[in-house]
Design a protein around this ligand. Structure first.
Ligand code: PAN
Ligand code: ZN
Length: 177
């Protein structure tokens, strides 16, 4: 058994994996390359802690983890995750938000759409759907996720503006560009 701090998005027990993305790890992700380059490359953008009791790639297992996206912007664009498809395209996922406010951006082969994330919001991400999360607030956006152990992550396909929309702050207002 493990134990978690539900609201803080942290594992209290040992054994969780952790990955951290800083500004310097996110070349080409944000639209304003000049603004990105001028920022402190060590600045934290998001971190993920997760538990994988099953072997990655094993069919039938589940992974469980939390993402914390810091508040901030690169130019006009809010801090966000890189986003991905699952390598096994038919694998779905659940997200549920515990703190902060944000946007889940989804894209399948027909359309791009968004869902507002706020404490208590539950999001089902169907298979065949690329997903990215954006912190549109002024405090960390924290959400838990559960995904299949054989889902895998495909980051290559979503490079080069695959989502087709960007979540921005223009003149103090939240907008989609
Ligand atoms: C999440 C994401 C996490 C970080 O656990 O992996 O929010 O986003 P990126 O993987 O796009 O950097 C998930 O969707 N897992 O499948
Ligand atoms: Zn995923």
């Amino acid at each position: 058994m493990s134990s978690i701090d539900w609201k803080e998005g942290r594992f209290q027990s040992k054994g969780a994996m952790r990955s951290v993305k800083r500004i310097g790890d996110m070349a080409g992700v944000f639209s304003d390359a000049t603004a990105w380059q001028s920022m402190d490359q060590q600045m934290l953008v998001y971190s993920v802690e997760w538990e994988q009791r099953a072997e990655p790639g094993l069919e039938g297992g589940l992974f469980w983890g939390a993402t914390i996206i810091q508040p901030g912007k690169v130019g006009e664009e809010y801090f966000m995750t890189r986003g991905h498809f699952h390598m096994r395209r038919d694998r779905g996922e659940y997200y549920t938000t515990v703190q902060g406010i944000g946007m889940l951006v989804l894209r399948d082969d027909r359309a791009t759409w968004t869902e507002v994330m706020s404490p208590g919001s539950l999001h089902y991400i169907p298979g065949q759907t690329a997903h990215r999360t954006v912190n549109t607030g002024e405090s960390p956006l924290i959400f838990w996720a559960c995904w299949p152990s054989d889902a895998g992550h495909d980051y290559a396909t979503i490079e080069k503006d695959f989502f087709s929309i960007r979540v921005v702050n223009q003149d103090g207002a939240l907008g989609i560009a």
